[in-house]
Write a protein that binds this ligand. Structure first.
Ligand code: C2E
Ligand code: MG
Ligand code: MG
Ligand code: MG
Length: 286
């Protein structure tokens, strides 16, 4: 009996591990239900154009409020959807909802573009002509020019002919491609050479210690110069302070996104925000 007991996985005696496994199992099961039954929602984070001072783009960010556990981060549940083969369904739901809401906003007179995140896995299963995504955009009567697909750097790490074909097809139709979380992967500069990318989203970690850190400033300014010279536009993510915005105003970056401008907002909160946004400067820090 003793020998048998010793063979049991250690994990069974570790309360924390078991709790963790239970949470994952429970969440996975309920995530599948939420994806199937419209249990998710989208928030939209405004992106400001540094030249005009106006909000010209929104980023759609998926939200899931669990009935008893409350809000679960997409950083936790998107990978979960990938693991259980549901990420395609999740991504399709997000794209459809984002297109429908963009239509409503455009009808209300807002000239906005919509950025939609798609995971590397989803991108890998997209047809080479991009048809599945393009037809959703078309079905909503939107111009492909108004849609940006954000793809994280990890995808570009396994650079392939097929990725290039998909990117070219989407761009040919008019969509823009953004590389998300730029600078967090490996040999990032290589992707800029290999793929036709429209927008580079510089990860928040690059500005966390700015202004005030000389090395970080040199690094950011060098990256901005290279990207600018390659003819791509730049979005700086995670701008939280007035001091950061003032520092960035002197640099060649095209767009800012972050809590200083606005947190991701539900559509009903977004409309009054857009209504009241002065458009000439970012709001004063409190
Ligand atoms: P991301 O695409 O890089 O999105 C930016 C994240 O930074 C968002 O977190 C946003 O809420 C947060 N953020 C924006 N401004 C600030 C700021 O000033 N300070 C700080 N601390 N954070 C800021 P969120 O919504 O939790 O999303 C996390 C990640 O989950 C996203 O990172 C994206 O990779 C993924 N994700 C979100 N929605 C989707 C989706 O619809 N599909 C896919 N495939 N992934 C998604
Ligand atoms: Mg993103
Ligand atoms: Mg990002
Ligand atoms: Mg990020």
């Amino acid at each position: 009996f003793e020998a048998k007991q010793k063979k049991l996985p250690l994990a069974l005696y570790d309360g924390r591990f078991t709790h963790c496994q239970n949470r994952r199992l429970l969440l996975r099961h309920e995530l599948v239900e939420a994806i199937k039954n419209d249990g998710l929602s989208l928030h939209y984070q405004p992106i400001v154009d540094t030249v005009s001072g106006g909000i010209t783009k929104l980023e759609a960010l998926v939200r899931w409020r669990h009935s008893s556990l409350g809000p679960i981060s997409p950083a936790e549940f998107v990978p979960m959807a990938e693991e259980c083969g549901m990420v395609q369904a999740l991504g399709d739901w997000v794209l459809k909802r984002a297109c429908a809401d963009l239509c409503r906003l455009q009808r209300a007179g807002y000239r906005l573009e919509m950025a939609v995140n798609r995971s590397s896995l989803e991108f890998q299963s997209l047809g080479l002509d991009g048809g599945e995504w393009l037809s959703v955009i078309e079905q909503h009567g939107l111009s492909a020019r108004h849609i940006i697909f954000e793809i994280t750097e990890t995808l570009f790490m396994q650079g392939s002919e097929q990725h290039l074909a998909r990117i070219q097809a989407l761009r040919q139709a008019g969509c823009r491609i953004a590389i998300d979380d730029f600078g967090t992967g490996y040999s990032s500069l290589n992707y800029l050479r290999a793929f036709p990318i429209d927008l580079v989203k510089i990860d928040k970690s690059f500005i966390d210690h700015l202004p005030g850190n000389h090395r970080d400033a040199l690094l950011l300014e060098g990256i901005l110069r290279i990207i600018g010279e390659l003819g791509m536009s730049v979005v700086i993510e995670g701008v939280e302070s007035r001091a950061q915005a003032e520092y960035l105003a002197a640099l060649p970056c095209d767009y800012l996104q972050g809590y200083l401008i606005a947190r991701p907002l539900a559509l009903r909160e977004l409309l009054p925000f857009l209504e009241s946004y002065a458009g000439h400067s970012v709001p004063a820090a409190d």
